[in-house]
Design a protein around this ligand. Sequence first.
Ligand code: AMP
Length: 286
Amino acid sequence: MPLARTSAALRRALGRARAAGSSVGLVPTMGALHAGHRALLERAVADGHHVVLTIFVNPLQFDDGEDLAAYPRDLEADVTVAEASGVTAVFAPSVAEMYPDHPRPPAATVHVTGPAEGFEGVARPGHFDGVATVVTKLLATAGACQAYFGEKDAQQLAVVRRIVEDLSLPARIVGCPTVRDADGLALSSRNARLTAEARAAAPSLHRALGEGVTVVAEGASDPLVVHEAMARVVGAEPLVEPIYAEVVDPVTFRVPTVIAGPVRLVIAAFVGGVRLIDNMAADPPG
Ligand code: AMP
């Protein structure tokens, strides 16, 4: 499996792939791959691209140093998953390669307003600017490509779509469905931190979203009613401390005054002290 460590090496490899007639598929991750990441890789491979898995634990998107230090890293295992998924190459740059000034912040970063402002943007100040900066760098390096992101991080997906549009990047963004455990819990590298009791309580986020989807499908047009329905479900679990449970416009990530078309239901909670997020699409009747 070819492993590029520098942006220059990745650019050269993609130049060769394009010269040989391939299109490029890019799957940006922070590694520690699970079945959710694998679904992105398999989709990109099925679409027929020369697929590059990028693995970079991006320090700019972490707001506290401890979370960054604790982030799981296992390049060898990730390369094995990539090989099994039919990926063509891996790009795993060092922090010094991506940010030569580190630990000082880069002089040029990408700042996003609009869909980056609420929810995760409030809870994790600077997070989306960190995501935006690294995604812009990766897309600028890769050039024309199709880039795959998970709906699991729906707000991030909305932010990335906005960056591509506003900065005229030559990428087409593909959103991929959330992969879940059998009991509905969305796969996340954070799930490994849940105790047995917290793991048993965690599917209540998925159940709350399901309840919200039903309430919207039954014709509730007031976002507050949907919020209350979701909050009741997570509120019944003593180990779950809700952070937000709202209805948003899928593009702007603003709470609409009235539900009049397709919306996204978003939820975040501490479950036994571990911060989890999830979301689901919901459609009003007719
Ligand atoms: P991460 O490594 O956590 O930054 O995630 C890399 C990509 O995988 C992002 O586009 C995520 O949205 C996506 N992803 C993470 N978990 C899942 C999941 N359970 N299902 C689908 N995609 C996911």
